[in-house]
Design a protein around this ligand. Structure first.
Ligand SMILES: [Zn+2]
Length: 255
């Protein structure tokens, strides 16, 4: 299984071609690599494999430069139609988790590798979060956000070298980390990733400005398990911060 993951990863690294943008294809692969390393043990324990941006008819999701999205899908390797894909998988692999990161992120102004890691972690929340499910029994969006900072990102950052060029956060935002039991540098790094991923993409998509210091005060009357339901942008940012600090999930989506 370990060899299998390494072989897959090497194939990916070799097949990468540089793309112009805020995040290059090489940097994207660095984040994929760090995430694979962080999840190696878990994948082995759960007899599963993790695949990033598989090509479809010669195109990678990263080639879709106008599509600012990431996605997750879980497949059973025995159900793959084509023999070539089927024979690639070791028989011990019972589940394949596929994460796609589309090329809209490549040119998102201000995006960082840490920000891409955060986006990937959200998708892995749909694979590995263990509570608060939608009607189809997949983890809810709010839960995937909570998983992102409570579990995933802290692990992935152990394998992803910190950029030398990260500017400092303003002091008011840094104060968020005073109530954290985490190492202050790690806490700061996660906050910075929140600002340089979801806050940018949510703004581009909805034109709604979010802030680390002005939480959504609304209280949801019931937990919404609808398949298409997303908490509002500020509520999502609050959930990421709550996960980072291991505070309760915010009442804007959770009860
Ligand atoms: Zn999601």
């Amino acid at each position: 299984m370990q060899n299998f993951i390494k072989v897959t990863l090497v194939t990916y690294l070799l097949s990468s071609t540089p793309t112009l943008g805020q995040i290059s294809h090489t940097e994207l692969n660095e984040v994929f690599h760090a995430t694979s390393m962080a999840y190696e043990k878990k994948l082995e324990e759960t007899q599963s494999a993790l695949l990033f941006n598989p090509e479809d008819r010669g195109l990678s999701p990263w080639d879709f430069s106008n599509y600012l999205r990431a996605s997750y899908v879980k497949i059973d390797p025995t159900q793959l139609e084509n023999n070539e894909s089927n024979s690639k998988w070791n028989s011990s692999v019972k589940t394949i988790h596929i994460v796609n990161v589309y090329g809209g992120y490549a040119n998102l102004k201000g995006i960082t590798k840490d920000g891409i890691a955060l986006v990937i972690c959200h998708e892995l929340g749909h694979a590995f979060a263990k509570q608060n499910f939608k009607w189809d029994e997949s983890p809810m969006e709010g839960e995937a956000d909570y998983y992102t900072t409570s579990k995933c990102l802290k692990k992935v950052f152990q394998f992803l070298p910190k950029s030398n060029h990260s500017p400092k956060l303003p002091s008011g935002e840094l104060d968020i980390c005073l109530s954290s039991i985490l190492d202050s540098k790690l806490c700061e790094r996660v906050l910075f990733a929140i600002k340089h991923s979801f806050m940018l993409s949510l703004h581009k998509e909805t034109q709604i400005q979010t802030n680390l210091l002005t939480p959504d005060k609304t209280t949801s009357l019931e937990i919404n398990r609808d398949l298409r339901f997303y908490p509002n942008p500020q509520c999502r940012i609050d959930t990421l911060v709550a996960g980072l600090l291991l505070n309760p999930r915010p009442s804007c989506w959770f009860q």
